[in-house]
Ligand binder design. Structure first.
Ligand SMILES: C[S@@+](CC[C@H](N)C(=O)[O-])C[C@H]1O[C@@H](n2cnc3c(N)ncnc32)[C@H](O)[C@@H]1O
Length: 230
């Protein structure tokens, strides 16, 4: 078994063992970034099932040691990687089991290019969980690759690129990296409405009620941005 396959299986097993774990979140404005990867900023609390989130609270030498196994070496220098892990707050959690905190505890929930990594039922549950943990009036912002854009790429003849970018993401090292569903605006709106959100609206790239969007929104071309209120 390749080391990365072992790490993937190990992080998933830990996620399952900790599936009922909950963390008390306190502060003036509690902001959760779900399925954060390393696209993180400021005082957001970052939740992910990856190795990065698992080792973030370990001492710096662990970050250095795991850098090459993390997959982050494709995008970040070792120095950047260690700084990202050391200077931000992470919670390691498998979000297909829900969100690891208590009712009415967050002001903002942000999620970018993550919902499509969950099966349809788990995605519905995640949105339901977002409603549960948001305070009344709290805002959820979901960004996903737009199914309509993907279909337009297919129609324009970019069939292989479209399939490999959106449906059969080529990373056999990671279960979490695969896409398990896709959404257009109508489908995401219906799902948000179904679980109980109100005032659902499509937003422009880096525009909306959520703070720090100039740092968080990171894909302008193919993405669908939607916000809704509890
Ligand atoms: C494509 S990346 C997106 C990262 C970042 N949000 C961004 O916008 O670049 C998807 C992230 O979702 C995480 N992920 C996928 N399935 C997950 C699950 N069931 N529980 C927790 N995290 C998961 C992966 O580990 C990965 O970091």
């Amino acid at each position: 078994m390749k080391v990365r396959n072992f790490i993937d299986a190990f992080t998933r097993m830990l996620g399952k063992l900790k599936k009922n774990h909950k963390v008390k979140l306190e502060g003036q404005s509690v902001k959760l970034n779900l399925g954060c990867g390393l696209a993180i900023y400021g005082d957001w609390i970052n939740v992910d099932g990856s190795l990065n989130a698992l080792i973030a609270s370990c001492p710096g030498f662990v970050h250095q040691f795991m850098y090459h196994q993390s997959g982050a070496n494709r995008y970040y220098t070792q120095e950047e990687y260690c700084r990202l892990l050391g200077q931000h707050r992470f919670i390691h959690h498998d979000l297909s089991y829900g969100i690891p905190t208590f009712d009415n505890s967050a002001d903002f929930v942000y999620s970018s290019h993550f919902l499509e990594h969950l099966f349809r039922n788990d995605a519905e549950n995640l949105l339901s969980e977002s409603l549960r943990i948001l305070k009344p009036g709290g805002v959820v912002r979901i960004c996903v690759p737009d199914l309509e854009y993907a279909v337009s790429q297919y129609s324009a003849g970019k069939k292989k690129a479209m399939l490999e970018s959106y449906f059969f993401v080529d990373d056999d090292n990671s279960y979490y990296a695969r896409h398990k569903y896709m959404y257009d605006f109508q489908m995401l709106q219906d799902l948000l409405r179904l679980v109980g959100f109100r005032d659902i609206r499509r937003c422009e790239f880096q525009q909306g009620l959520t703070p720090d969007l100039d740092h968080l929104d990171n894909r302008s071309e193919d993405s669908l941005y939607v916000e809704a209120i509890k």
